[in-house]
Design a protein around this ligand. Structure first.
Ligand SMILES: Cc1cc2nc3c(=O)[nH]c(=O)nc-3n(C[C@H](O)[C@H](O)[C@H](O)COP(=O)(O)OP(=O)(O)OC[C@H]3O[C@@H](n4cnc5c(N)ncnc54)[C@H](O)[C@@H]3O)c2cc1C
Length: 386
């Protein structure tokens, strides 16, 4: 897609490109040092280390077009790894509902990438139906702390997290959306046990987290007791928008074309094969349409709006597109994609193809399953009755 860039935007694009090329990683140097320095330098540019944070909290205050340019350019360049949990999931909750004391206590470390957070929402019987959560938080008689008991599941990177933001139940007498409380809990303490879950692709990224009589000071509660359903819903919308990965998919599509073009079919390449070509073309059309939705979403975010139902469209289409890209990569790699383990066989790009494909099955489950997104779209976008 082409969007017309005015001269200010062109200037901005040039300075982003310059920054990314001046500060790319030099092979062999200390990665961690480079990573932290990269964020410091990005900060000195005027909040580029926290592009989505509001200006009040140190963000750059970009226009939608500037956000779009940043997404496009960073998807192409090598930028340091970053995790969404503190930066784009918890931070907006703290900014909107946390006390000033909590904002001052937690936001600087999140911004400096000093502290890793994980998300304690899902439970064995609370996923799509999140309000069914049972992890109990009981306020002590003197009102100084909560005692938390329960189990969280699918907690991504809990094994390296310093803190968990947790939805807990403080009251089960009313509607299940009432009586939910948002607590911030340090992970490294007695009573917290993290058990790994190995997923289909063979990776350890998710865990089961058991909380037994964990004491949480009352000042670690965000917002009011029992009112966290509202905060949680806002956070989920931010999570969904972040999962779409449109710019990365655009880059991945370009890569896929090159890869398929390098695979011989008859006198030509796989890209000349009409059925494969059709699949790539269909994917490109959907990607373009989703990109427009993302632009609309950026425009309303820039005008100060919280993500709305368009975040469900982005999550649904964005993750399906990522899965289709993985599938077409596996198809291009053919039998070589099935090779598992350290030694590459056949096309270089095929190595790890199958484990990537298997891992991508989860994209349409986490952050809210596709069926649930379709429900949200039917209700809030199409106006259909339940
Ligand atoms: C890799 C991975 C990482 C994750 N990371 C985290 C994390 O860090 N923190 C966290 O809190 N959670 C995390 N999750 C959990 C994730 O959010 C849940 O898996 C998801 O919400 C679905 O819940 P569930 O697994 O309980 O499935 P269920 O809710 O039991 O759903 C099972 C099936 O039923 C369908 N279904 C359910 N309700 C409806 C409905 N109303 N209409 C139509 N169909 C429906 C679903 O679409 C799904 O196909 C992660 C999950 C995965 C797979």
């Amino acid at each position: 897609m082409d969007i017309d860039l005015n001269s200010d935007d062109q200037h901005f694009q040039k300075s982003v490109r310059q920054f990314l090329s001046d500060n790319s990683y030099v092979a062999g140097s200390d990665y961690n040092e480079w990573r932290l320095n990269w964020f410091r330098l990005a900060r000195d540019q005027g909040g580029w280390d926290v592009p989505k944070w509001p200006e009040k909290f140190g963000g750059p205050g970009w226009t939608p077009t500037q956000h779009y340019i940043w997404e496009q350019e960073t998807a192409r360049a090598q930028t340091p790894w970053d995790l969404p949990f503190g930066l784009s999931m918890l931070a907006p909750v703290l900014m909107n509902y946390g006390s000033e004391e909590q904002q001052q206590r937690f936001l600087p470390d999140i911004r400096d990438r000093k502290v890793n957070w994980c998300q304690g929402y899902s439970e064995p019987n609370a996923g799509s139906d999140l309000a069914n959560l049972k992890t109990k938080a009981e306020l002590s008689a003197d009102g100084s702390h909560y005692v938390v008991n329960g189990t969280k599941i699918w907690t991504t990177l809990a094994h390296i997290a310093d803190w968990i933001f947790c939805l807990t139940r403080t009251d089960d007498s009313g509607k299940k959306q009432d009586g939910i409380t948002f607590l911030l809990i340090p992970m490294k303490q007695a009573g917290i046990e993290v058990k790994p879950i190995i997923t289909l692709g063979g990776a350890h990224s998710v865990n089961m987290v058991h909380l037994t009589d964990v004491k949480v000071p009352v000042e670690n509660r965000v917002g009011e007791e029992g009112k966290a359903w509202t905060y949680a819903k806002g956070l989920l919308a931010h999570e969904r928008t972040g999962l779409a990965g449109i710019s990365r998919s655009l880059v991945a599509l370009e890569k896929l074309r090159k890869q398929a073009g390098s695979v011989t079919r008859g006198n030509g390449s796989l890209l000349d094969d009409p059925s494969y070509r059709l699949k790539v073309a269909e994917l490109e059309v959907e990607l373009m349409a989703t990109e427009f939705t993302e632009l609309r979403s950026l425009a309303s975010a820039a005008a100060g709006a919280e993500p709305g139902p368009e975040s469900s469209i982005l999550k649904l289409k964005g993750t399906e597109i990522q899965q289709r890209l993985q599938k077409l990569t596996v198809e291009a790699g053919g039998i070589y994609s099935a090779a598992w383990g350290a030694t590459p066989v056949g096309h270089t790009f095929a190595h790890g193809g199958m484990s990537g494909y298997l891992a991508s099955r989860a994209y349409t489950i986490y952050g809210g399953a596709s069926e649930v997104q379709r429900d949200v779209i039917a209700k809030n976008v199409l106006g259909l009755k339940k």
